[in-house]
Ligand binder design. Structure first.
Ligand code: HEM
Ligand SMILES: [Ca+2]
Ligand SMILES: [Ca+2]
Length: 359
């Protein structure tokens, strides 16, 4: 039985490495905004790769201050608009899964053009502007110091890592050398992104098609330790689960009640969001996994990870061990960040403005 915590905003103890899931009421979470200390020291090792691969030192000679420049923007944005964190992490994920990590997600639809760009696809419409803004600002600063050198795709990879660390998550080295992509089509989005009600089998197939494993799926889903989802993403679980006219039996009754209040069956406000991690929605910790064990998953696809016998044990392990999660997450982000890498002018481009193709 999860003990309801009475802790106030002092939830900054990012050092606790094993905690049972703590249930806070949603209203508490909504009213108590963000309080945490970004502290973490986890690092991944810096392996050397052949020259055609990505490398940590890619810009050492051409733009040595790159990470500092991006870091100054991300830390400022994080202070001013903390949702920039989850927004940018999700942006990176949606970029990598469609055409690879090539900033194809950043391209604007041509005015008067017939074809929509990726970002205007239905599944990308609720990506927050704060993610795009973070990359735009970082790119502008980088261009002012190292013009024409650094791809938007690399800036996105660095910014996502920065925000993970700023929110209390692991710090890992980002490999660089991605070129930006020449293709950005809305029509390529739907079958390349997962859905809130995807089954584990469907998710696995999709992740496998990107070179990611079942373990990567479980570990990367841990990004839902921060951020929010709109009611429509989980409302069928509250009122009519799989056509039963009943709620999903695998939701904690207190969470169910709170979610129903935020998301009425009819006539609700489409802009309302609920936190993925009801205990620590702004802290990048391993509470997401403990929550799944306590039936506190928000999306069906989250909760499914604890219901499927293939993934349940890993969920339990990660729920117990923050360091294990941090290490696995760092490695999995590196893997995700290597999907569909383009190199050279034939396959890629270097943009000045991330929204516009170079030529
Ligand atoms: C495994 C399959 C996944 C599914 C089905 C999924 C689905 C979703 C959905 C439906 C939302 C809410 C969108 C909204 O209503 O605004 C969301 C948000 C989010 N997702 Fe995922 N996601 C998955 C994997 C991932 C991965 C791999 C990452 C990153 C590594 C990620 C990072 C995020 C973040 C950070 C948010 C919060 C965004 C915000 O608050 O602005 N997700 N996801
Ligand atoms: Ca892409
Ligand atoms: Ca959390």
């Amino acid at each position: 039985m999860p003990a309801p915590t009475s802790s106030s905003s002092s939830s900054s103890s990012s050092s606790s490495s094993s905690s049972s899931p703590r249930l806070l009421s949603l209203s508490f979470v909504f009213t108590c905004l963000l309080i945490f200390l970004p502290i973490s020291l986890a690092k991944t090792t810096n392996t050397t790769r052949p020259p055609h691969q990505l490398s940590v030192n890619y810009y050492t000679k051409t733009c040595p201050q790159l990470e500092q420049l991006v870091g100054s923007v991300t830390s400022q944005q994080f202070k001013e608009t903390p949702v920039s964190g989850p927004a940018t992490i999700r942006l990176f994920f949606h970029d990598c899964f469609v055409e690879g990590c090539d900033a194809s997600i950043m391209i604007s639809t041509k005015p008067g053009g017939t074809e929509l760009a990726e970002k205007d696809a239905e599944d990308n419409k609720n990506l927050r502007v704060e993610g795009f803004e973070s990359i735009r600002k970082a790119k502008a600063l980088v261009e002012s110091k190292c013009p024409g050198i650094v791809s938007c795709a690399d800036i996105l990879a660095i910014a996502a890592r920065d925000y993970i660390h700023l929110a209390g998550g692991p710090y890992y080295q980002v490999k660089k050398g991605r070129w930006d992509g020449k293709i950005s089509k809305a029509s390529r989005v739907p079958y390349n992104l997962p859905r809130a009600n995807s089954t584990t089998d469907q998710l696995l197939k999709l992740f496998n098609s990107k070179g990611l494993t079942l373990e990567d799926l479980v570990v990367l889903s841990g990004a839902h330790t921060i951020g929010f989802a709109h009611c429509k993403q989980f409302i069928s679980r509250l009122y009519n689960y799989k056509g039963t006219k009943q709620p999903d039996p695998v939701i904690d009754p207190r969470l169910l009640k709170a979610l129903k209040m935020s998301c009425p069956e009819f006539g609700g406000n489409a802009d309302i969001v609920a936190p993925f991690d009801v205990t620590t929605p702004f802290l990048f910790d391993h509470a997401y996994y403990g929550n799944l064990e306590a039936k506190l998953g928000l999306l069906a696809s989250d909760q499914a990870l604890f219901l499927d016998p293939r993934t349940k044990t890993l969920v339990q392990q990660l729920g117990k061990d923050k360091q294990k999660f941090f290490q696995a997450f760092s490695l999995a982000m590196d893997k995700m960040g290597s999907i569909g890498i383009k190199r050279g002018r034939r396959h890629g481009e270097k943009r000045k403005d991330c929204r516009l193709h170079a030529s």
